[in-house]
Design a protein around this ligand. Structure first.
Ligand SMILES: NC(=O)c1ccc[n+]([C@@H]2O[C@H](COP(=O)([O-])OP(=O)(O)OC[C@H]3O[C@@H](n4cnc5c(N)ncnc54)[C@H](OP(=O)(O)O)[C@@H]3O)[C@@H](O)[C@H]2O)c1
Length: 325
């Protein structure tokens, strides 16, 4: 089968499109999925550069969707998975024609959710939903700061926080991206190339700061993200798009009794029950038209390196998706 391999760490040129990777078979507790789409995510960049360590070589890609082709003999009947079902998967190896994946990590898509949306939502969508439900449960009336509000995860966070009744302040780097963030429902958008985020947040919140700050930027905004969090508020730092945070002193938190959370999606959905509950809640929002995927560019399997460079180069808005063929 065709698959995109990370043979060694390095820049995007190290990625290899192979035409003769062995097609996997479903093990007893696995499902074999013929993939139609895969999502592009920052974790692809972290794995390729070596920030997140993997045993190499490995098939790249962390989320995808398609149709079930085989079901392992021991997959529990209560999972209700059948050959031909449209499903989404959160698993390593999604830039490939086929993936054999633990059935516990396979989510059946509702009939009115397209396969493409399934691929787009498993990682960024579930991340965003667990951030506003598990990392900090957003409540009506709260003021929430969301960094990269025109991005893939950020755009979904804006829609979800609005749905949960918050007042949302988003940040972006351009006027075009500001329009995208307002389109997601943000109440205030700060273009950080023109205004100081901390000053603007303090003006909007009458000097109190936000009940929660949700930031995937990492080291470039860490100090300001903390400063934007109000007394007894929550600072959720869920990514490293500008680089990983180093050398933080926990004593800093005592200045405002801030709760600092550094979560990763996998640890919120380890148990099948957690995965199914949060996936169904999120897909229900999509089915009801409350949550919409804003697509950026679509790529093919030859241009995954370019997709990763675009994402890491601040060139994009919304969700980048790869058509598998
Ligand atoms: N913890 C988890 O489980 C988990 C899961 C999924 C994603 N994440 C994290 O979420 C973050 C966002 O991921 P995403 O895929 O949704 O990306 P994205 O937000 O669509 O793209 C990144 C955006 O971040 C902003 N940015 C600011 N400084 C940047 C810098 N130095 N380099 C690159 N981008 C910068 C840019 O928007 P502006 O131009 O508007 O500044 C850029 O477009 C990443 O840090 C990722 O690791 C974490």
């Amino acid at each position: 089968m065709r698959a995109v391999i990370i043979p060694e760490t390095g820049d995007s040129k190290v990625l290899r499109l192979s035409d003769n990777t062995p097609k996997p078979a479903a093990g007893p507790t696995e499902v074999l999925v013929k993939l139609e789409y895969a999502g592009v995510n920052f974790i692809d960049v972290y794995q390729r550069t070596g920030l997140y360590k993997l045993e190499l070589p490995v098939i790249a890609g962390r989320e995808g969707a398609g149709r079930i082709e085989e079901i392992g003999s021991d997959v529990p009947a209560e999972y209700d998975l059948h050959v031909g079902d449209a499903v989404a998967v959160f698993a390593q190896g999604a830039y490939a024609e086929y993936i054999a994946v633990a059935a516990s990590g396979v989510m059946k898509l509702p009939p009115n959710v397209p396969v493409k949306d399934g691929a787009a939502l498993m990682l960024q969508g579930l991340t965003a939903w667990t951030m506003v439900k598990d990392a900090h449960e957003v409540k009506p009336g709260e003021q929430i700061l969301i960094q990269a509000a025109a991005g893939g995860t950020g755009g979904l966070l804006v829609q979800m926080a609005k749905h949960l009744g918050a007042t949302v302040i988003g940040t972006v780097s351009s006027e075009e991206k500001a329009a995208v963030a307002f389109g997601h429902g943000a109440d205030y958008v700060i273009n950080y190339t023109q205004s100081n985020v901390l000053e603007e947040v303090m003006k909007i919140t009458n000097g109190a700061g936000c009940h929660a700050v949700l930031s995937g930027i990492g080291k470039a905004t860490f100090a300001d993200d903390l400063a934007c969090t109000r007394r007894k508020g929550t600072f959720v730092t869920y990514g490293n798009s500008s680089g990983a945070v180093e050398g933080f002193r926990p004593l800093e938190l005592s200045k405002k009794n801030v709760k600092l959370v550094r979560p990763t999606l996998g640890n919120y959905i380890t148990e099948r029950e957690e995965f199914v509950t949060r996936s169904q809640e999120m897909l229900d929002l999509v089915s009801r038209g409350i949550l919409k995927v804003a697509y950026g560019k679509e790529y093919d399997m030859n241009s995954i390196g370019r997709a990763q460079d675009d994402l890491a180069g601040k060139q994009t808005t919304g969700k980048l998706i790869v058509k598998i063929q």
